[in-house]
Design a protein around this ligand. Structure first.
Ligand code: NAG
Ligand code: NAG
Ligand code: NAG
Length: 301
């Protein structure tokens, strides 16, 4: 009997672990089935920020600062950023939590991310991944015609956090760009956004020229659209890491109506890193901190 109850306990544990990694099947039939029922949420809010009302972070891939700055498609108003930890987890958790590779990594449910801080203050958030087949999908997805990589879990900064994947309401805020377009049209974009284009458009499987073109083509109309570039909007376009070793200096550009006109076209030599993203949101909305590397980071704004 003692043994049996031990077994049952163990099964219970396995069950709860499985529940935290739902929506992982990449078989097209399973994806189609889940897409039909998966919850999608489009939260909005109006929490006043000290410097901006909307924060849009866009991540491109693996490109050195020198290469990005040298590319002719890529000479907008610049702000420089020296990269520390080269990954997405750092941008929302202010720590890499030991994540060093591309595997299916999980960070325990007691570990907080910026999502916890945003929700505590009522600041709406969503993560958008181009070509994610449905909201909350936790796998990797390929283009169904060409077989080329499209959406990858590792480029979704919150998907490694059990505190997100065990919560359907949080998974429901991890959406594709089709949803972004719908929300934009309906004036239902959130205040905090993190956006990653697909594996071609983000330079991972292509080049900075392709990514630069994507960014320009995608962002130019958005910046001219009052439904996107609302009063005091801050857009940060940056890279996850450099493509070579060395100082790992990467490029970041600040755009949007929140950028003071006196700063347009200037560069800033302050040492920033990916933790600056968390810090920037925390300072703006008075979110407190995660008690990680965000504490000592410089805010962009
Ligand atoms: C985007 O996500 C929505 C919501 O889950 C889904 O209905 C839609 O089919 C997806 N769009 C594409 C192009 O995959
Ligand atoms: C990436 O997105 C673009 C549209 O933005 C699309 O044309 C392209 O096919 C996508 N790439 C892959 C590998 O599916
Ligand atoms: C660079 O940014 C910091 C804040 O992060 C600010 O204090 C400083 O004035 C900026 N420098 C320039 C030249 O804009």
């Amino acid at each position: 009997m003692a043994l049996l109850s031990g077994c049952l306990t163990l099964l219970g544990l396995v069950g709860s672990v499985a529940a935290q990694t739902q929506y992982t099947s990449t078989a097209s039939s399973a994806v189609a089935k889940a897409a039909a029922t998966a919850l999608t949420l489009s939260p909005t809010s109006n929490v006043a920020g000290s410097k901006f009302e909307r924060f849009v972070q866009i991540f491109l891939e693996n490109t050195d600062y020198q290469k990005a700055i040298a590319d002719s498609e890529y000479r907008p108003d610049t702000d420089r950023m020296r990269a520390g930890p080269p990954n997405y987890v750092a941008a929302v958790g202010a720590n890499t939590f030991g994540v060093t590779d591309d595997g299916f990594r999980r960070i325990g449910s007691s570990t907080k991310s910026i999502v916890d801080l945003l929700e505590a203050k009522g600041v709406s958030w969503s993560v958008y991944g181009e070509d994610q087949p449905y909201s909350g999908f936790e796998g990797n997805w390929v283009n169904q015609k060409t077989g080329k990589a499209d959406y990858v879990r590792k480029h979704n900064p919150v998907m490694s956090f059990d505190s997100v994947t065990s919560d359907v309401n949080r998974l429901a805020k991890c959406k594709n760009l089709t949803m972004f377009d719908k929300e934009l049209a309906a004036n239902k974009l959130p205040q905090w956004m993190f956006i990653t284009p697909n594996m071609t458009n983000d330079a991972h499987d292509s080049s900075i020229t392709v990514a630069g073109k994507w960014a320009r083509n995608w962002l130019t109309p958005l910046l001219a659209n009052p439904k996107f570039n609302i009063d005091r909007t801050l857009v940060i376009l940056t890279f996850d890491e450099g493509s070579t070793t060395g100082t790992n200096q990467i490029y970041a550009v600040l755009l949007g109506s929140a950028v003071p006109s006196a700063k347009v076209g200037t560069t800033n030599s302050t040492r920033y890193n990916h933790y600056s993203l968390t810090k920037t949101a925390e300072d703006n909305w008075g979110l407190g901190s995660l008690g990680q590397n965000d504490v000592g980071a410089s805010a962009f704004f």
